[in-house]
Design a protein around this ligand. Structure first.
Ligand code: HEC
Ligand code: HEC
Length: 193
């Protein structure tokens, strides 16, 4: 489903630009992001992350990792490949100013939420991601992020498929199970700033 949607968006984007990404203005490149990440940086597809409200540096790092092929994603590797350093910085600045995602506000399972909050406290997640999980510097915002995306990110760190600047995340998730990841994602998607 994600793959189909993303492929469609990507095709639309290439056709829309006449197949020529070269010479596009910065505004054109920023406009492309909306096809997948939503007009205001809030995506409606649970496998595509919300990007609004991310710290500027966190966005710069991830775009850089995608461009260099250090972080793998069919869609993002293709998009980032076209970005110069200056564009990458300008785009990150723009993205950081978009509104942060709204946390899920459903009748939450309090026991599950508390269990995950306890696990996050044990693992000191907030020491890097901020007490309200808003992120800072190269540490991404986690509050209000899509659960499915968070689970995939945590699995990627555990598997060594995603490596940041340091081994911080591999350390943080060591020994955690898929059940723990599901609970942590449940908590983070709902945590109130
Ligand atoms: C064709 C769909 C598509 C387009 C267009 C697209 N993205 Fe993405 N983006 C994705 C997907 C899918 C992921 C998650 C990939 C993964 O799991 O690593 C992602 C991930 C990201 C991330 C990482 C977020 C995080 O929390 O680590 C950033 C930053 C990002 N995109 C920014 C952009 C920007 C800026 C643009 C426009 C220049 C853009 N994207 C265009 C699909 C897209
Ligand atoms: C020592 C600092 C540190 C600690 C502790 C830490 N993180 Fe992180 N986290 C980071 C950094 C740095 C990144 C960005 C790494 C990269 O470039 O991929 C990150 C990235 C993430 C991401 C990817 C977000 C995205 O948008 O793609 C998730 C999810 C995450 N952390 C969750 C957690 C959870 C849950 C915990 C506690 C179990 C935790 N982190 C503990 C530093 C930390």
């Amino acid at each position: 489903m994600r793959r189909r949607l993303a492929a469609w968006a990507l095709a639309a984007l290439l056709v829309g630009s006449g197949g020529a990404a070269i010479g596009q203005s910065l505004q054109d490149k920023i406009a492309q992001c909306a096809a997948c990440h939503g007009a205001d940086g809030r995506s409606s597809d649970p496998r595509i992350p919300h990007i609004g409200g991310q710290p500027k540096l966190a966005v710069m790092y991830q775009l850089f990792f995608y461009r260099e092929g250090r972080r793998k994603s069919e869609e993002m590797n293709l998009i980032a490949k076209e970005l110069t350093d200056a564009e990458l910085t300008a785009i990150a600045e723009h993205v950081a100013k978009l509104p942060a995602p709204t946390p899920v506000a459903d009748a939450k399972d309090d026991a599950r939420y508390e269990r995950a909050a306890e696990l996050a406290a044990q693992r000191m997640c907030a020491s890097c991601h901020n007490a309200d999980f808003s992120g800072r510097e190269q540490m991404p915002r986690l509050a209000g992020q899509h659960e499915a995306y968070l689970v995939k990110a945590l699995q990627d760190y555990r598997a060594g498929a995603r490596v940041g600047t340091q081994a911080a995340m591999a350390e943080a998730v060591r020994g955690l199970t898929d059940g723990d990841f599901a609970d942590l994602a449940y908590f983070l998607a709902r945590v109130q700033p």
